[in-house]
Write a protein that binds this ligand. Structure first.
Ligand SMILES: [Zn+2]
Length: 281
């Protein structure tokens, strides 16, 4: 992806120096919580405490500050691209796009939606309208899922921004209202449609960002397609459990995610993204 030399966003909240192993050196509530959780999970808190006290990062991918800055600048440029694209699309229909904040963190983070660890993966919290991403964890995840590439990373950010767009359009609230009113199975089905729409919106972003900035290089779309495929629920469940449980799906299958991303990317047309009334996903 071509991204060097472009505008960065002013809406990045870099909290990577907080929440990492070294932060807990002073102890306090955070450490106690972590120790209790580790204990409950059957781990050895003493070992972890030693690591925290020594500020030892063994077992984690160590990135140099320069690499981290490069990663953060990349995320910031993608976020700025999202701001430009969505501001234009919203203004075309007479609306104003409210820009979300991107929070970069390491290990764990506290949001209006609760405390989350890296293993949650990238997420959007509709309550504070912020996206939360641990870039190192994202790297590791991409490695594990065999979905490398910077455009794959951009796709993940654009997907989370897609959730923010859903929030602004009132779609996320409508879906949340259904919780408790329909069966768990039905709610899950609606959640899948919400996720696939976020993939569609990521595709719409890629279409317009290419038009505005010429972001794409050879192989980029393949990278996004690999990522979409790799993070399909069926794929992840096959890897972690060795079998597929359709009712437990929350993101859609690899094929569905790919299909909706490509639909957005090929057309850039917002009117084609109604995953909720689509007969086949
Ligand atoms: Zn999502």
């Amino acid at each position: 992806m071509r991204w060097q030399g472009r505008r960065t966003s002013s809406n990045v909240d870099d909290r990577r120096s907080i929440g990492g192993g070294k932060l807990a050196v002073g102890g306090g509530i955070g450490t106690i919580v972590i120790v209790v959780i580790i204990y409950l999970l059957g781990g050895n808190p003493g070992e972890i405490l030693n690591q925290l006290n020594l500020g030892d990062n063994s077992g984690q991918t160590v990135t140099t500050p320069a690499e981290e800055d490069e990663q953060a600048r990349f995320a910031s440029v993608v976020l700025a691209d999202c701001e430009d694209v969505w501001a234009q699309i919203f203004s075309e229909s007479g609306d104003t796009y409210r820009e979300p904040t991107l929070v970069l963190y390491s290990s764990q983070v506290s949001s209006a939606c609760g405390i989350s660890g890296s293993s949650t993966g990238p997420f959007y919290c509709p309550l504070d309208e912020k996206l939360y991403i641990d870039l190192n964890f994202l790297d590791q995840l991409q490695e594990k899922l065999n979905a490398p590439g910077d455009f794959a990373k951009a796709y993940v950010i654009a997907h989370e921004v897609g959730h923010h767009v859903q929030k602004l359009l009132g779609i996320m609230d409508q879906v949340q209202e259904l919780r408790g009113q329909v069966s768990e199975e039905e709610f899950n089905e609606v959640s899948v449609r919400l996720e696939l729409q976020a993939d569609f919106l990521a595709g719409v972003w890629a279409y317009h960002a290419e038009k505005m900035f010429g972001i794409l290089e050879e192989g980029d779309i393949q990278e996004a397609m690999n990522a979409a495929e790799a993070v399909g629920d069926d794929h992840i469940q096959m890897q972690t459990q060795g079998y597929i449980v359709p009712d437990a799906f929350t993101h859609g299958t690899s094929k569905q995610r790919l299909k909706w991303f490509m639909k957005g990317f090929k057309t850039g047309d917002m009117s084609l993204g109604d995953t909720f009334s689509a007969k086949t996903l």
